[in-house]
Write a protein that binds this ligand. Sequence first.
Ligand SMILES: Nc1ncnc2c1ncn2[C@@H]1O[C@H](COP(=O)(O)OP(=O)(O)OP(=O)(O)O)[C@@H](O)[C@H]1O
Length: 225
Amino acid sequence: MVLRLEQVSFSWPSGHNALWKCNLIVPKPGLWMLLGKNGSGKSTLFRVVKGLLKHQSGCITCTSKTALVFQNPDHQLLLPTCGSDLRLQMPAGLVPDTYQYIIDRTLSMVGLEGFAERPLYSLSGGQKQRLAIAGAILSEAGLLLLDEPSAFLDPETQNDLLELVSSLCNRNKFPLTALWITHRLEELDACTGAAMMEKGQISNWIEGNQLRMQLNPLPFGQVKG
Ligand SMILES: Nc1ncnc2c1ncn2[C@@H]1O[C@H](COP(=O)(O)OP(=O)(O)OP(=O)(O)O)[C@@H](O)[C@H]1O
């Protein structure tokens, strides 16, 4: 088990319940997708899991370090170059001689080989998202909370990002766990499991293509081509 929420509730000072007796179990590494209407509580859930907001009741158990990846990478990349930004994410206690090797290795893991000296302003949106994911990996997070990471990307770059995260979550050695919020039904085909969020609560996991069919059934008489 990677993450468990039991009866977790969070309300804003206005009294609005963004999470209400919310239950969730992420049983194992993989790419898990969450869908839900605007305002259903998805981003609040991530902030509560990450510990940025304190829930008022219920219990959260998480066996991994967590990292948030925002919709807009400009909200989390801070330093002038890829290498210096990653240096910020490094856990304490590493031998300084190994910094460059670790940075280069992590950049190549996300398809940014040789980018250590590249200025952030020169990166495309997709490359920035890869760098944000590299930062999460480098910080030794095992659970990535991705809040609509592909929202600003073109279809091809969106697909590349999905493939990257899927491969990190399905690799044999140290597979990651990703919780990925999306509004794009076509992304569901890549996931390990999918669930709907509604009014601060989350449904059980089902297969991605099953949820896709539920949300976008084919018109009567039409077959999938
Ligand atoms: N800082 C805040 N102060 C008060 N209420 C908030 C705040 N942030 C979010 N909310 C409210 O909490 C509820 C859940 O919002 P949240 O952003 O978690 O939804 P969401 O499912 O992520 O929506 P979206 O798909 O639009 O990102 C909404 O009613 C929202 O108005």
